[in-house]
Design a protein around this ligand. Structure first.
Ligand code: FE2
Length: 394
């Protein structure tokens, strides 16, 4: 803060102006004295003054005009009006407009005059301190806001990594679940957007529910999950437990509770012939109904061990055939309303991630793991030290 206490005194009567200047200088203030209000305004343009003392009746402009212009030039300056008692009523407008701090009579009482000026400087200092503190608080608030944003992004990134990790766990037992799950989660979100879902929390819930839909398969025994042939009745009963197992697993994770309903209902059918609840129509949450649409599309358009991938158009035909029975018609319609290129772009995006993960050596999916194991067996090396595989950094 400025330590010099600068006072601007304006009075058109020379003897009074000099008397005021002497009084204030004796009190230790740096005084600038002006007989002409226009000149005083010039001084205000040149440098800041904490306090301004002005006469009311001056040539050229009224005290009210002068104080109003002075306020425009230096709004923070504390303004004092020094005027003869008979001018008090004329000064009312200046008082009412809040342009002055105090009004003092002429002739003045020295003690009262100096006391008022001291108060004016103290008030200025307090307000200045307050302005500085406010500025500090504002800057700290914006720093905090930026920090919060960074933290949110970090939480978001770590959550995504954690969920990817959870899905990748399944790949050690089942094949390529994670890429199917990632595609389906992106497809499901896109259908929801097309249907007009805009709430970011709802969209994120739908995306996470679709991503984790089969997470309950972790609890299904290998003998059932990896059985090459058809399952018998008891095995089917066990396999059909997976939505409930997934739901129960996610109950332990607070931020996945909403998504867990989608996991629980992902094998339901629109006509009520699904499991585990046999729910129909809107008894099934939107996310689970849209997931079924995305899952059907992905199943038809992806290579399977027993058949090659089919075309986009073939998938649409099949989805329309089962619309209203297996699938929610509004979900199918929303899907069909978008061009093939849109779905291809999402698939391409996910595949790009899979290539990068291979490149970076992150948790390899089972396919890559098998490749490493195959080479290791050929070279009779322990699997704990996998040899380099083409396209895979280990
Ligand atoms: Fe499933």
């Amino acid at each position: 803060m400025d330590e010099v206490e600068r006072l601007l005194v304006v009075d058109d009567e020379a003897p009074i102006l000099h008397a005021l200047q002497r009084t204030f200088e004796a009190a230790g203030y740096e005084v600038t004295a002006c007989a002409d209000p226009a000149e005083a305004l010039e001084r205000l343009r040149e440098k800041p003054f904490q306090v301004l003392s002005a006469d009311y009746m001056m040539p050229g402009m009224t005290g009210a005009e002068f104080l109003s212009q002075a306020k425009g030039l230096q709004p923070e300056t504390i303004r004092i009006l020094l005027t003869a008692a008979h001018d008090f009523s004329a000064a009312v407008d200046a008082i009412n407009n809040g342009e002055i701090f105090r009004i003092l009579p002429k002739p003045w009482n020295r003690v009262e005059l100096l006391g008022t000026v001291r108060q004016a400087f103290d008030t200025y200092a307090l307000r200045e301190k307050n302005r500085q503190l406010t500025a500090i608080v504002q800057s700290q608030n914006s720093e905090l806001a930026a920090l919060n944003k960074g933290l949110e992004a970090l939480v978001d990134e770590r959550t995504t990594n954690l969920l990817d990790g959870m899905v990748a766990v399944l790949d050690y037992r089942d094949t390529e679940t994670q890429w199917h799950s990632r595609r389906v989660s992106r497809f499901t979100r896109r259908i929801a957007e097309q249907l007009g879902v805009t709430d970011p929390h709802h969209l994120r819930t739908i995306e996470m529910g679709a991503l984790l839909h089969d997470i309950g398969k972790i609890g299904v025994r290998d003998a059932v999950l990896l059985k090459p042939g058809p399952l018998d009745t008891d095995e089917w009963v066990e396999m059909r437990e997976h939505p409930h197992l997934g739901w129960a697993l996610l109950q332990r994770i607070e931020f996945l509770r909403d998504a867990s309903i989608i996991v629980l209902q992902h094998q339901e059918r629109f006509d009520g012939k699904g499991y585990p609840g046999g729910l129909a129509g809107e008894q099934i949450v939107l996310g689970a109904r849209l997931f079924a649409v995305a899952d059907t599309y992905d199943a038809i358009t992806s290579d399977r061990p027993y058949r090659k991938a089919q075309s986009h158009d073939a998938a649409l035909l099949e989805m329309q055939r089962v619309s209203g029975t297996q699938l929610d018609p509004q979900g199918v319609n929303a899907f069909c309303a978008l061009a093939e290129a849109e779905w291809k772009a999402i698939r391409h995006d996910v595949e790009k991630i899979s290539l990068l993960e291979k490149e970076w050596g992150w948790t390899p999916p089972k396919r890559v793991f098998d490749q490493i194991r195959e080479v290791a067996m050929r070279q009779k090396q322990p699997i704990s030290q996998p040899p380099a595989v083409e396209g895979v950094k280990t």
